[in-house]
Design a protein around this ligand. Structure first.
Ligand code: CU
Length: 283
């Protein structure tokens, strides 16, 4: 699992945002020292330019053998939202129901803000997304990566179920849980082809031979990307791969020259578990 990267992606965006905020703050300070009348100062005052987002991307649980659940929070207040949610019996029922699937739990709200004095503020609304992903090949659960050759020609089915858990941070309880319609993507599997849909890759893991070119095809109406690190057998990083975003019917391809493992995700849908693995073996 290479979720470290997905978090880095988010951090990078926030870093850019923080720099933009920093520029605004600096601008404000210059205005204040330029001898403007109080009314003029007030006109230029923008509360939003004085705060910055606080994000830590805390990993709460990494997937282990026998429990493919990944839990993370975007900051320590969102982490508390998860701690409240996990005590709720309805949430516990969902987790019992999704056992055996790849589950991603993302505590995405509240957003925390830091003012120039270092004070952290946040809203009282917490949100935790629970996403379960599972795939079938030829009608059977697809749990271990198989070679593209073995699965080619068979019917692949990728299913995704999402629950949004809304948490009242002040009252320390779950307010409501919204269950989205199950998403299904199905297609005939092909050698060295990975389908990208809403919001999953199929097959999510597959084995190819060194020297092969694997192609990702976007079959959904929204853009996706393929971002990750391709590591050789020795663990040496040989390439950071970033496809850029590609839209419906567009594709991205990459030639895997050496034995190794490529773990990747879509940066905008990783919280929904949109990730995959390509295992490269020597013929
Ligand atoms: Cu995506």
């Amino acid at each position: 699992m290479n979720y470290g990267n997905s978090n880095c992606g988010v951090k990078k965006e926030l870093l850019i945002m923080a720099s933009v905020v920093a520029v605004f703050v600096t601008g404000g300070v210059i205005l204040m020292s330029s001898g403007l009348l109080p009314e003029e100062k007030a006109k230029d005052f923008n509360a939003l330019s004085n705060i910055t987002l606080k994000t830590e991307n805390i990993v709460i649980k990494e997937p282990t053998t026998g429990d493919n659940t990944y839990i993370y929070a975007i900051n320590d207040v969102a982490k508390q939202a998860w701690e409240i949610a996990e005590k709720d019996s309805r949430v516990q029922d969902i987790l019992a129901q999704t056992r055996g699937s790849a589950v991603t739990i993302a505590a995405v709200q509240p957003t925390a803000f830091v003012d120039p004095g270092g004070k952290v503020t946040h809203s009282g609304a917490g949100q935790v997304m629970i996403t379960a992903n599972w795939q079938l090949v030829g009608g059977r659960p697809y749990t271990d990566a198989e070679s593209f050759t073995a699965i080619a020609g068979k019917q692949g089915e990728s299913r995704q179920q999402i629950w949004n858990v809304f948490v009242d941070m002040d009252r320390q309880k779950v307010n409501s849980i919204a269950n989205e319609n199950e998403r299904v993507m199905s297609n005939t599997l092909r050698k060295d082809i990975v389908y990208g849909g809403m919001n999953m890759y199929m097959p999510d893991a597959a084995i190819t031979q060194a020297g092969s070119t694997v192609k990702w095809i976007n079959e959904s109406n929204i853009p996706h990307n393929v971002v990750g690190t391709y590591k050789t057998e020795s663990g040496q990083t040989i390439n950071n791969i970033d496809s850029g975003f590609f839209s419906r019917n567009e594709s991205f391809q990459y030639k895997f020259a050496e034995k190794g493992v490529f773990e990747y995700h879509c940066t905008i849908h990783s919280e929904e578990g949109m990730k995959g693995t390509i295992i490269v073996v020597v013929p």
